[in-house]
Design a protein around this ligand. Structure first.
Ligand code: PEP
Ligand code: MG
Length: 914
């Protein structure tokens, strides 16, 4: 390079003799791979220039200069301006034109460009270098007066608006067009454009109190400062907050020789992707606007034509473009997003960067590029983010429909992804009835409880105004693969009044509502959705197959029904890590027997002669139901392990609510009613009162139930093993594992083990056939982690219940914390993230490490996994891989995401690496 851009630094006279930082790089010798320093656009310009592609002469002022400018309160750092002038001289030499030369003027664009693309968030100025003299030079040089005045008009308008912050210029131009009687700017002639330009300059002067700057160097300095300042503009700051882009990256400024797409019918400008960014199809996809500058495309002033239109118009230019697009893909080994201009038949490349794309396109492009030999399978896996897979798996709102819907009426936690559209219902019974009649319904509750299950199952989506990501609604919805928004606190749900109100909108039962479980947005009305076609998705299957090839940690699913198990298996689960049996107690026709069992359990009606008989009869009936349940699930997962957890929740959850019973009994008494019906209700009320606990989550639940009522868990164990024996007789290969919840002491494990073993042996003896099985425990209490060696004396497997383990380690209620303070904690960085979503590696994770180590020390072949909600969270999958778990278990819909995360973890990188 002939010009030393550091020359400015030398003349700057650094007294200590050291050279100043290099703030400015020519495109031909900038460090093209250093996107941190040059920003994406600068790095792309440098790479294209250095590859010999047709790029107009350009230089880049670094992001470090921007940071120094911000730190100095809006002053250029020492050496920057002189380096800029030196670089300018260089591009003047290359282009053979001079900035501000009335006879032979150079025009430049001054463009922002940060490391991360922030489309439209920062400023850019085009056609810089025009004034009342150079405009004439430009007219002579191009032999096109109209063009010269159009460029000056654009510059005055853009510089005024962006650099001098003058309002109303775009409107003034629209009005000028109107009074000239034209619709398109292309219809204005040179004389009209001259008049409009002078008018725009006068408006600027009136607004700022100073004449429009005619000194071209002053124009350049002001434009660079404006671009630097736009880094801290509100739009840019909000965008970075939204997409978690650090605020200290700074933007580079690219000064590029102007080439003109508006020089007539042999000129134009366009943007294109090397592959279709929404489907991944291998074809150039983009738009092109003849006789225009880039801003016309962005501003939507004229409607561009498809890029294929350029092929018909100028085949030679198109083929050159196609060839360059291919070369750039080869260079970057990824799909590119390109900007280009054609000036009088000559193609110029102005930008290349990795294209943003949908999840579908990301997977398709990665798989295609492996087939093309461009990237390795590892690299393909590395490029796919969990959100890409998630997008493919769930229905989404059609983008046009989403746009038309406008602002959401409310927002909550994106608890279970996907788009759901249905009619609002406020109670589970009505949900079940309407759904049975074929209506799509959205169950809308303040929060859901296990009692609502029958209304949740048939709903197409679930909305709650309370609760967090491990609330009942969220857990159940994810497991069922239904979209759910939880904790939408700004929505006032009036169940009694059968209406909801949010930000001034009131909707009634039966009104349409649309939920975006991927973003947490709630919309009034009916948005259109598009369905995924998973089984047809060959590329996703291929990619996940590669993840399976390298994985170390297996992926199982949490499933309670044969249908869920079948879906999980189809999605690639290699077992069931958690089947919560209590959900089966709530299925149609069963609650009366569950109630019978509870009301007659020893202790509840101790001393009553018929109680034991009623208790046993209820247990027999439930055993029959459970046998069918377990048969179905073991059959669906034939040949794969199925962990079935014994009853866990406090028993009162299976009985009617205390308040409701009290009201009913009181009303019956007030009415003077007596007899069997009242007696029954009173007995139920007494039982509910007897079961009442101040803190049921820390009370009579989990293994404590099995110890107090061994008959219940024995009934379950007989049903599990009975189903397995039956399947084995039919030639199948059931692999049942019986899991005890909430164990905290050696004695608890010992008692439960003996109780269960007795029931299992009874089935074996009766059937004359044995099956392989295991008895193990959930690890969901800190004490269980610390005495894991003692538990492993009996337990043949551990499964971390990280929902409860997080609750009991932090002492945060899993039902309430997210709605009350956790959101604030995360927003204010009191916690780095929500520990109910991602495992806290220090506290909860520290306990898990201890449990794995101590458990395996006592039993070397101990099988260890996780079945809390964290099992479907990629960062948590990476953690579980790191501490050597055998599997993660998650909701069926998250199985593909967990498979990807397991493959990525085995390759040694976590989601935060990307
Ligand atoms: C857990 O606590 O993590 C768990 C899986 O059990 P549940 O959510 O049913 O309490
Ligand atoms: Mg639990």
């Amino acid at each position: 390079m002939a010009v030393d851009v550091k020359q400015g630094a030398a003349t700057d006279g650094q007294r200590d003799g050291s050279t100043a930082d290099q703030w400015v790089f020519m495109a031909e010798d900038a460090p093209a791979t250093n996107r941190d320093l040059l920003g994406g656009k600068g790095a792309g310009l440098a790479a294209m220039t250095q590859a010999g592609l047709p790029v107009p002469p350009a230089f880049t002022i670094t992001t470090a200069a921007c940071n120094a400018f911000q730190a100095a309160g809006g002053q250029f750092p020492a050496g920057l301006w002189d380096q800029t002038l030196a670089a300018l001289k260089h591009i003047e030499q290359k282009s053979g034109r001079v900035l501000g030369d009335a006879a032979n003027p150079l025009l430049v664009s001054v463009r922002s460009g940060a490391r991360e693309s922030m489309p439209g968030m920062m400023d850019t100025v085009l056609n810089l270098g025009l004034n009342d003299e150079t405009v004439n030079g430009l007219a002579r040089l191009t032999n096109n007066e109209r063009f010269a005045w159009d460029a000056y008009r654009r510059f005055a308008q853009m510089f005024g608006r962006i650099v001098l912050n003058v309002e109303g210029l775009d409107k003034a131009f629209d009005e000028a067009k109107k009074s000239a009687g034209v619709q398109q700017d292309t219809e204005l002639n040179a004389e009209q454009l001259r008049g409009i330009t002078q008018q725009l300059k006068r408006t600027v002067e009136a607004y700022t109190g100073k004449p429009f700057p005619t000194d071209v160097k002053a124009q350049l300095e002001l434009a660079i400062k404006a671009v630097f300042s736009s880094w801290m503009g509100k739009r840019a700051v909000d965008y970075r907050n939204q997409f978690k882009i650090p605020h200290d990256l700074g933007t580079a400024v690219n000064v590029v020789t102007m080439v003109f797409g508006n020089m007539g019918d042999d000129s134009g400008t366009g943007v294109a992707f090397t592959r279709d960014p929404s489907t991944g199809a291998r074809e150039i996809y983009g738009e092109f606007l003849p006789n225009a500058q880039g801003e016309d495309v962005v501003a939507g002033i004229r409607t561009p034509i498809k890029i294929s239109g350029m092929r018909d118009l100028w085949p030679t230019v198109y083929h050159q473009f196609e060839e360059i697009a291919g070369r750039l893909e080869q260079t970057y080994k990824d799909a590119q997003d390109l900007e280009f201009t054609v000036e009088r038949g000559k193609l110029y490349m102005l930008q290349t960067r990795n294209a943003k794309r949908t999840g579908k396109a990301a997977v398709v492009i990665a798989v295609q590029m492996v087939a093309e030999g461009l990237i390795t399978k590892d690299e393909a896996l590395r490029r796919i983010q969990p959100t890409h897979v998630q997008q493919i798996l769930v229905p989404q709102f059609d983008p046009d429909s989403r746009k038309r819907a406008g602002a959401p009426i409310g927002k909550g936690l994106a608890a279970s992804p996907g788009a759901a559209v249905g009619k609002i219902v406020f109670d589970p019974d009505r949900s079940a009835t309407m759904a049975a009649a074929g209506e799509p319904v959205i169950l809308t509750r303040k929060e859901t409880s296990p009692d609502d299950f029958h209304g949740m199952a048939p709903a197409v989506g679930i909305l709650t105004s309370r609760g967090g990501s491990s609330s009942h609604a969220a857990v159940v919805a994810r497991q069922m693969g239904k979209p759910c928004i939880a904790g939408a606190e700004e929505i006032d749900i009036d169940v009694e009044g059968r209406k909801l109100t949010a930000n001034g909108t009131t909707l009634h039962e039966g009104d349409w509502i649309s939920l975006d479980g991927t973003t947490g947005e709630v919309f009034a009305g009916r948005l259109a959705t598009s369905e995924p076609d998973l089984e047809q998705d060959r590329e996703l299957a291929t990619l996940l197959g590669w993840a399976d090839d390298v994985h170390k940690i297996d992926v199982r699913a949490n499933a309670d029904t044969p249908a869920e198990a079948t879906r999980a298996r189809m999605l690639g689960a290699t077992g069931i890590g958690l089947c919560r049996t209590e959900h089966m107690f709530r299925e149609e026709g069963r609650p009366p027997f569950v109630q019978e069992m509870i009301l007659n359990a020893p202790g509840a009606r101790r001393g009553e002669p018929d109680a034991r008989r009623a208790y046993n009869a209820a247990l027999d009936k439930l055993e029959e139901f459970q046998l069918g349940d377990f048969y179905g699930i073991l059959e669906a997962m034939d040949g794969l392990p199925v962990i079935i957890r014994l009853i866990d929740p406090p028993l009162h959850e299976f009985l009617p609510k205390h308040e409701r019973l009290l009201v009913e009994v009181t009303e019956m008494r007030v009415r003077g009613q007596s007899g069997a019906e009242l007696e029954e209700k009173e007995k139920l009320l007494q039982a509910v009162e007897a079961l009442h606990e101040q803190n049921p989550m820390l009370g009579m639940r989990g293994c404590r139930l099995g110890i107090m009522f061994p008959e219940i868990v024995q009934m379950q164990a007989r049903a599990i093993i009975g189903a397995a024996v039956r399947l084995k007789k039919e030639g199948k290969h059931p692999i049942p594992e019986i899991m005890v919840p909430l164990v905290g002491t050696r004695q608890e494990m010992q008692i439960e083990y003996d109780t269960l073993k007795q029931a299992v042996d009874q089935v074996f003896a009766q059937s004359g056939l044995e099956v392989d099985y295991k008895i193990g425990t959930m690890i969901e209490l800190p004490r269980a982690c610390l005495v894991a060696d003692q538990l492993a004396e009996k337990a043949e497997f551990f499964s971390f219940g990280t929902n409860d383990l997080t609750q009991t380690t932090y002492g945060y209620s899993r039902d309430d914390a997210e709605g009350k303070f956790l959101g604030h904690y995360v927003e204010e960085a009191i916690l780095p993230f929500n520990p109910f979503e991602t495992i806290d590696p220090e506290g909860v994770g520290g306990l898990m490490r201890i449990a794995v180590e101590r458990g395996r020390a006592a039993r070397s072949d101990l099988e260890v996994g996780i079945c809390g909600e964290h099992g479907g969270d990629p960062a948590s999958v990476a953690f579980c891989n790191e501490i050597g778990l055998d599997y993660v278990s998650c909701a069926p819909g998250r199985v593909p995401i967990a498979r990807l995360a397991a493959g990525q973890a085995a390759m040694g990188f976590t989601p935060s690496d990307r």
